[in-house]
Design a binder for this molecule. Structure first.
Ligand code: G4P
Length: 534
């Protein structure tokens, strides 16, 4: 559990101004559009483009990468940093595909808060719910943005009720919509007593904002048609009676979510939301390790790898490991201890995903995400420190629940397939097993759609059409134990043994009965459904 209590030492100003968060949503709710407006108002891009790929082509890649392709703007994948007022925002991208993968979970281990975007007409959808549950596991504070208010939306109370009931979280309105669909004119900003009016003529223009002295202020009638004003007053009164007021601690504890209403495409409500993250959102939080808690203000630098990405630059076959700094002030060229290999590592060319371009990071602070190019030494879960042998906890690994055989459409291209699969295994996008007898590979995933996503990525990135086919096996177990015993077991069960991408042995089975039998016949062996990440 993260510690959001106020009884902590004051953070150094550079750390206190950081806000590291992700946006979660169901496909089509408007995450990409909202991200784009964030970048626009953060000065990271000059203009919001209107060109976009449609459908699955878009979803299979990171939304950031897709934006880069579609709009010719250079926003690098996975994390973006930009300044907004006094704040430094680190926006971490959650994978854009519509199925769940381990990637998604892990991304959420690198952030301190999340913005949940819902579509005003559709409310809480399946993917929102799943992602929300992951946030709840970590008690992440959540800000809600109810998007597409320029269209016919549901009744405001109904939307709030649905969130409260469906997600079992208290909701407090930070703003209140005035009118709906074609009659939507803007919002009443409850937290700051302002009237925000939407500009329908220019989508990139920020709304007019008028200071209001309470609901009886005559200024309201100047801008809001009488019928809408009456309804607004009634609804706000009801809201005050029925809904909890904003309470920062409850928000930081993850039990209360403030909701803003707006229209991302019309740049409406976006700045209010950004102000909300800045003013109320958590600064970098304490991280946990096996031996102790790590506070962001600690002097020495620590961080953990939460994502590895290959093929970011087609010219180089390098990988970039994304590191969330847990503590300290990092400076370029620092020598850090790579805890798993016990070897020092000079971090000479770290990348900070700043503004319009990737930039060499000269420095970074706790809460920041830096990218470290490497040749495969850095793995998900790895710790980097100034000497302490820390092991961060809370980075989940999942048991592959579905197994399928994979074949290259062109048998001559088997080597290419192997390379592609190894890349995805390293990225943590799938588990890849090579049976010790015969040819071919078995791929293990958590959700069925991941097979489609993998197939489309292999085709896109390696120009290789592939087929996934059902496998005779239904589950995989990592084998550990005394060496002689493991060898004996492997020899007797060759038809069931495969190696994962690290060369570790896995037992493939069809039935739980098989596993029970092994446990009975080989008491010295240990079979585990997940492999330690570190
Ligand atoms: P996603 O990343 O969550 O999948 O959503 P994305 O931002 O791509 O938005 C999905 C669709 O919703 C897009 O339409 C986008 O233009 C539209 N949209 C986003 N915000 C708003 C809003 O505030 N109001 C309205 N009315 N629509 C919004 P599309 O048809 O897929 O693409 P396009 O042809 O409009 O570009």
């Amino acid at each position: 559990m993260l510690d959001h209590s106020h009884n902590r030492p004051t953070l150094p100003a550079e750390i206190a101004r950081r806000r590291t968060f992700a946006i979660i949503s169901h496909p089509d709710a408007g995450k990409t559009t909202l991200t784009e407006k964030f970048l626009l108002f953060g000065g990271a891009i000059q203009m919001a483009g209107q060109v976009r790929a449609k459908g699955e082509a878009r979803r299979t890649r990171s939304d950031f990468m897709q934006m880069e392709k579609d709009r010719g703007i250079s926003v690098s994948a996975s994390a973006m940093s930009f300044d907004y007022g006094q704040f430094r925002f680190n926006l971490v991208d959650t994978p854009g595909h519509s199925d769940f993968s381990e990637d998604t979970y892990r991304t959420l281990t690198a952030v301190d808060a999340a913005i949940m975007v819902i579509d005003g007409a559709k409310g809480v959808e399946s993917q929102t719910r799943k992602l929300f549950e992951v946030c709840r596991l970590r008690d992440l504070p959540i800000l809600t943005f109810c998007n597409k208010m320029d269209r016919e939306a549901r009744d405001t109370f109904e939307i709030i009720d649905e969130i409260q009931e469906n997600l079992a979280i208290d909701v407090t309105p930070a703003s209140w919509p005035i009118g709906m669909g074609r009659d939507f004119i803007g919002c009443y900003d409850i937290l700051r007593d302002r009237l925000e009016l939407m500009d329908r003529a220019d989508r990139n223009r920020v709304a007019e904002s008028i200071k209001i002295e309470g609901l009886s202020d005559p200024k309201l009638a100047e801008h809001v048609p009488a019928a809408l004003l009456e309804k607004l007053r009634e609804e706000l009164e009801m809201a005050r009676e029925l809904l909890p007021a904003f309470d920062r601690q409850a928000f930081l504890d993850g039990t209360l979510t403030p909701i803003w209403f707006g229209s991302a495409i019309n740049s409406f409500g976006v700045k209010e939301l950004m102000d909300g993250i800045g003013n109320y959102g958590p600064p970098p939080q304490i991280q946990r390790s096996e031996s102790r808690e790590i506070a962001p203000e600690e002097k020495s630098v620590t961080g953990f790898v939460f994502k590895v990405q290959a093929n970011m630059d087609p010219k180089h076959r390098d990988r970039v490991a994304f590191v969330r700094l847990a503590s300290g002030h990092f400076e370029r060229g620092m020598k850090l201890l790579h805890v798993r290999s016990k070897k020092p590592m000079a971090v000479s060319n770290p990348v900070l995903f700043l503004a319009a371009d990737r930039e060499l990071a000269e420095e970074a602070w706790a809460g920041d995400i830096i990218g470290i190019p490497n040749h495969g030494q850095l793995r998900i879960g790895d710790a980097l420190t100034e000497g302490e042998a820390l092991r961060f906890t809370g980075i989940p690994s999942f048991a592959p629940e579905l197994l399928q055989n994979v074949r290259a459409g062109d048998p001559m291209k088997a080597k290419h397939l192997e390379k592609a699969l190894m890349q995805f295994a390293e990225e943590g996008a799938a588990k890849v097993f090579k049976p010790i007898i015969g040819s071919g590979f078995i791929v293990g995933v958590v959700g069925a759609l991941q097979f489609e996503v993998l197939a489309s990525r292999i085709e896109l990135e390696y120009g290789l059409p592939v087929r996934f086919e059902s496998s005779q096996f239904t589950s995989a177990r990592w084998i550990s134990g005394p060496k002689a015993e493991v060898e004996k077991f492997v020899n007797v069960n060759k038809g069931h043994i495969a190696a994962d991408h690290d060369g570790d042995m896995v037992y493939l089975t069809r039935l739980q009965w098989d596993i029970d039998r092994v446990e009975r016949d080989y008491p010295a062996l240990k079979l585990t459904a997940t492999k330690e990440m570190m």
